[in-house]
Ligand binder design. Structure first.
Ligand code: NAD
Length: 428
């Protein structure tokens, strides 16, 4: 049996997790024919040193880096923000900054958000009398809250804790189930660990009072009690009436076509994920919540809405769940994440969510404006020219000059970059 690299080695590496990072890497080098140089690249950790990385996940052999860019011009609820964004895709940071600049003349973004309430789900099966079981849960509310709050005295000290409990029946091919929702205010945390612990801890009492058997006990990533909203007005004197009409047509395309809607929402997440990543938040949770929320009405819909106000200006709005943390997870252990939060200057997860929602709206507006006019490729490819040059083999020093020529010649392609490099090398 051979591995993906054609070598007679198995991926079953017993005891791998017990090796130190150096030993792990030695094995990987053999498995995948890595060179010394490859190994050095993997070990060249940036701000996140190997020891910290090893505390975050398992089987660590290195770290990876993303550029961190700053989106400028954000005016949100009358305050100025600079927003760190970590991602690999060119033109996203520039587009967000430009959209935020165009929103400033009419006051920038107005954002609001719900209290940071997350949902813990407890699945109860085998409940004989579901209406009676629901009543029993409500009768034992105080006792349940008490058990849950005792799990996290720190959270309670910071003003968080259980807010409510709900129960509903679902019908499935395997019979009826009673689903209990524990609503927990998680304050400055994303909340998954806190809520999962509480959900597990209250399950025995739920079993006792309902006569059912608790199975899954875990947070829901559809954080629909924790929505963030943002709104901006882009003036007709800034955009021009025709552009506004085109943007509205582009929006209706997304609102009425599943294929376009997916890309529309992807554009929103370009901005949102980048801030989430820069702050070492759980981007899988944010992504899952966003797309699930987009389907709340039974069909997949845009997370933004566009309309014209009575004066003919463009009004953009966004609403989505944003379960973001300023404490917990890796947000305080990743050194860059800590600095990213300080750059933004947000003091609560509510304020943080309002900034992130505004970035999502700005990103979407920028994409629609470009798509509805000249297309995104002109601006995007200009910014992508340096990547093309590097793909063609340019060194970091050569990339700038090659990109300049590609843009000047309006031929941003790897083949042309290769020709230019050959010319340059011929001259040197
Ligand atoms: P956590 O457990 O690391 O930290 C949260 C804890 O910090 C709170 O429970 C509280 O005790 C304490 N705390 C201190 N100051 C606080 C304040 N001001 N406000 C609130 N809490 C304060 O993190 P978490 O937020 O409970 O969980 C997030 C992590 O869980 C992420 O790493 C995520 O990836 C992971 N996770 C996610 C899922 C999911 O989304 N389905 C499931 C499991 C784990």
């Amino acid at each position: 049996m051979v591995n993906g690299n054609g070598k007679p080695m198995k991926s079953k590496l017993s005891g791998f997790h017990q090796l130190d990072a150096e030993e792990k890497l030695d094995l990987i080098k053999k498995f995948s024919d890595l060179t010394e140089e490859d190994a050095e690249v993997l070990q060249r950790t940036g701000a996140l040193d190997m020891k910290s990385a090893e505390m975050m996940i398992e089987n660590v052999i290195g770290t990876t880096e993303y550029p961190v860019g700053i989106a400028t011009n954000f005016l949100i609820n009358g305050r100025d923000y600079l927003v760190p964004m970590a991602l690999e895709e060119p033109s996203v940071v520039a587009a967000a900054s430009n959209a935020a600049k165009l929103a400033r003349p009419r006051g920038g973004f107005t954002a609001t958000s719900d209290e940071p309430v997350m949902i813990g789900q407890i699945q109860l099966v085998g409940v004989k009398d579901i209406p009676k079981a629901k009543d029993a849960i409500m009768l034992n509310k105080e006792k349940i809250f008490d058990i849950a709050n005792k799990c996290d005295s720190v959270l309670v000290k910071f003003g968080g804790g259980v807010r409510d409990i709900e129960a509903r029946e679902i019908s499935t091919p395997r019979g009826s189930m009673l689903i209990v929702h524990l609503l927990v205010d998680v304050r400055d945390a994303m909340g998954a660990n806190a809520v999962n612990t509480m959900s597990e801890r209250i399950a025995p009492l739920l079993e006792e009072v309902t006569g059912g058997e608790a199975r899954l006990r875990i947070i829901s990533n559809l954080a629909d009690r924790r929505l963030a909203r943002s709104k901006a007005v882009w003036g007709k004197e800034t955009l021009g009436e025709e552009v506004i009409e085109r943007i509205l047509d582009a929006y209706e395309f997304a609102a009425n076509d599943h294929y376009r809607c997916t890309t529309h929402n992807k554009g929103i997440m370009n901005g949102i994920d980048a801030v989430v990543l820069a702050t070492a938040n759980d981007f899988r949770a944010i992504e899952a919540g966003a797309h699930s929320y987009a389907s709340m009405n039974g069909r997949y819909e845009p997370l933004t809405r566009y309309s014209k106000d009575e004066d003919g200006n463009l009004v953009g709005e966004i609403e989505l769940p944003l379960a973001l943390g300023l404490v917990g997870g890796a947000t305080r252990t990743h050194p860059v994440a800590r600095i990213a939060v300080r750059i933004m200057g947000v003091k609560s997860t509510k304020e943080f969510a309002e900034v992130v929602a505004s970035v999502g709206l700005a990103q979407n507006f920028a994409a629609l404006r470009a798509l509805a006019n000249e297309g995104i490729q002109k601006g995007h490819m200009k910014l992508h020219a340096r990547n093309i040059a590097v793909n063609a083999g340019a060194t970091a020093e050569e990339a700038h000059a090659v990109a300049g020529r590609l843009i000047g010649e309006k031929n941003i392609s790897v083949s042309r970059a290769k020709e230019i490099l050959e010319e340059m090398h011929g001259q040197s």
